[in-house]
Design a protein around this ligand. Sequence first.
Ligand SMILES: C[S@@+](CC[C@H](N)C(=O)[O-])C[C@H]1O[C@@H](n2cnc3c(N)ncnc32)[C@H](O)[C@@H]1O
Length: 248
Amino acid sequence: MIKKLYLIGIGPGDSKYLTLEAYQVIKRLDLFFIPDKKGKKEGLTEARLALLKKVKGEEAFKVIPLPFPERPKSVNYVEKVKGWRSEKAKILKDALSNYEEREAGFLIWGDPAIYDGHIEIVREVAEEVSLDWEVIPGLSAFQVLAAKERISLTQLATPLAFHTPRTLRRLKEIREPTVVFLDNYETFQLFKEQDLTIHWGAYVGTEEEVLLRGDLGEIVEEIKSLRRKLKEKKGYLMEIYFLKPKEA
Ligand SMILES: C[S@@+](CC[C@H](N)C(=O)[O-])C[C@H]1O[C@@H](n2cnc3c(N)ncnc32)[C@H](O)[C@@H]1O
């Protein structure tokens, strides 16, 4: 069994967003586990490999792609995701047990604590076998979006909300500044009658970055047509946005 596993937040896709700590840990290790993204999302595997090559340079290292199943789409979402995570924990545990007394890294997009299940997955593994593990924080996509847009996400005496479409679509209106991850459904359009500013970004922080901002009602169709074009061109869309009530 692996002696110690580092869950390393790698930022939103470009090595320039690696923290110094993440850089140093990657530099020191020579064994890495990554989720094996197939088909349209293969680009995400390639981005992780490119980042490793950039940090390791000429040094030899080994990458073990893990054949994790796709996230289930289901009405019993919470239960299904728990089962999905347990499946992944088993795959990870089997992979880790192939390597004795070595340290290894597991590369995680953005920050491991934001909309990512690997902390829970590794905790599940560590409850079953003897495994030391550590989380190395990374820059999350929402932080890079805010920096690119030169905006402060928090406002005086106002909470900051985080949503995915599953919870966003339950809201009647956006009352506070809101960051939205993982929206494949154009959920922002439910709020187009409200007086909101949207800051929208695709592939934020990478060479393919596209940013748009403005009054939601005015640019909603522009965002919809842009996201369809980008999706068609690249096969998948990494997008994130920030909705802000005008009076907030
Ligand atoms: C599974 S979540 C992982 C989030 C990640 N842990 C983080 O801290 O950014 C994936 C979602 O993060 C957002 N995301 C991650 N990287 C992005 C990027 N470079 N540009 C835009 N959105 C990004 C998208 O909403 C994407 O659907």
